[in-house]
Every structure is written in structure tokens, then in C-alpha cells.
Design a protein around this ligand. Structure first.
Ligand code: 5GP
Length: 213
């Protein structure tokens, strides 16, 4: 890329009630987008079968999490279903400066905090399930959580969904492939935003000197 066409990266936040499909969409996007990486969160919840420390989450205990809060190491953090979740600040700062985009799988409280502190760098997408029946079916078929956990997550789904109108984009996840396609369109458009193309002014200026009459 031309040096002067460099741009600033952005934070693509995907939020949805558990089971609406955002994690699957996020993984597919990451497989195909070169310039995008996942923000790996820190959590106090126990790992699910198959989850890998440092890849899916950094799994820590409560004192370690509180230490990170005290040292101001989180860009945002929130409590969800009796567990704590937070985004480490430093990798995000570095990626944005290097013109790399970052994908976040976080809930609405964290999204609100990012919106308050870094609105220009945020692109937020809310994923809705096609129906509550389908949401319940997906949560049960995931079979990673206990029945009690599924019940608890269904109970919080309605209040989580009430935040759909705080997001820049909303996708109803009826068809997985179609939803992935829609997220890709959002990424393409957001990369072209004038404000993110921080090298444009000098690029255009340099062309002015090259024109002949
Ligand atoms: P799960 O336990 O199913 O992995 O995640 C529960 C909820 O916490 C999901 O809605 C997920 O998006 C959200 N979450 C995961 N990491 C973070 C984080 O770092 N910050 C916030 N605010 N929410 C998170």
C-alpha cells in the first residue's frame, strides 16, 4: 500500500444474546479477513470443553481480574451471569495505530463503555435471533452449558436484546451465510470511511503537484 494511503484500524463489535450466532459469525469472518484479528478477553468464568486459554479467553481468578481493573488495564469490563469479562487495552491500542481492525465478541455494557471513550474507532453490530424458540433450540443444541446455565441465559436474553437500538447495524441471523455476507459488507464500507483514511490529505496534495496543464 502507498505510504500516504495508510488508514487507522477500527473496532468491530458483535453483540447478541448467547446463542444468536455471533461467535460462529465472528470465527468465519476471522478466517477470511486478512487484516482483522480477535480481541481475546479476560474472564473469571470456567473454560467450556474445548476452549483454549489464550485463544478463546484468558481464564483468570477474581483477584487477578480485580488487579487488572485497579491497574487500568481494561478498555472495558462488565459482569455477565455472575462472571466478569474484560478487554485488555494495550493490544487494541497497538492494532488500531498500525491500521489493523479488531473484532470483539462482547456484550452491550462493554460496547457502551467503548462508545463513551472511543466512538470514532467503534463500529457496532447487533445480531438478533430469528425467534426466541430458535434461540432456545440453539442454546440447548450447543450442549456445552448445563440446563441451569441455559435457563439463566434465556432469562437474560430478553433484557440483552432490548439494547439492539444502541448499535450502528442490526442483522437478524436467519441464514448464517447471509449474515456473514452482511458483516463483510459492513467491514468493506467502514474501511472506506473518509475519517479512517488518515493519509488521504497528503495523498491528494501530492497528486496536485504532479498535474500538468
Ligand atoms: P460466554 O460466557 O458465552 O463466552 O460470554 C458471555 C457474554 O459475555 C457474551 O455476550 C460475550 O459476548 C460477552 N463477553 C465476552 N468477552 C467480553 C468482554 O471482554 N467484555 C464484555 N463486556 N463482554 C464480553
Amino acid at each position: 500500500m502507498l505510504e500516504s494511503l495508510k488508514r487507522r484500524g477500527f473496532m468491530l463489535v458483535l453483540s447478541s444474546p448467547s446463542g444468536a450466532g455471533k461467535t460462529a459469525i465472528a470465527h468465519r469472518i476471522l478466517e477470511t479477513e486478512d487484516n482483522m484479528s480477535l480481541s481475546v478477553s479476560v474472564t473469571t468464568r470456567n473454560p467450556r470443553p474445548g476452549e483454549v486459554n489464550g485463544k478463546d479467553y484468558f481464564f483468570v481468578d477474581m483477584p487477578a481480574f480485580q488487579g487488572m481493573i485497579q491497574r487500568n488495564e481494561f478498555l472495558e469490563h462488565a459482569q455477565f451471569c455472575n462472571n466478569c469479562y474484560g478487554t485488555p487495552r494495550e493490544p487494541v491500542r497497538k492494532a488500531l495505530e498500525e491500521g489493523k481492525d479488531i473484532l470483539f465478541d462482547i456484550e452491550w455494557q462493554g460496547t457502551q463503555q467503548i462508545a463513551e471513550n472511543a466512538r470514532e474507532d467503534l463500529v457496532s453490530v447487533f445480531i438478533l435471533p430469528p425467534s426466541m424458540e430458535e434461540l432456545e433450540r440453539r442454546l440447548f443444541s450447543r450442549a456445552q452449558d448445563s440446563k441451569d446455565t441455559v435457563k439463566q441465559r434465556m432469562a437474560t436474553a430478553a433484557s440483552e436484546m432490548s439494547h439492539w437500538n444502541e448499535y450502528d447495524y442490526v442483522i437478524v441471523n436467519i441464514d448464517f451465510e447471509e449474515s456473514v455476507k452482511n458483516v463483510r459488507s459492513i467491514i468493506q464500507a467502514e474501511r472506506l470511511k473518509r475519517q479512517r483514511q488518515c493519509g488521504l490529505a497528503s495523498f491528494v496534495n501530492s497528486m496536485r503537484y504532479q498535474t500538468t496543464d
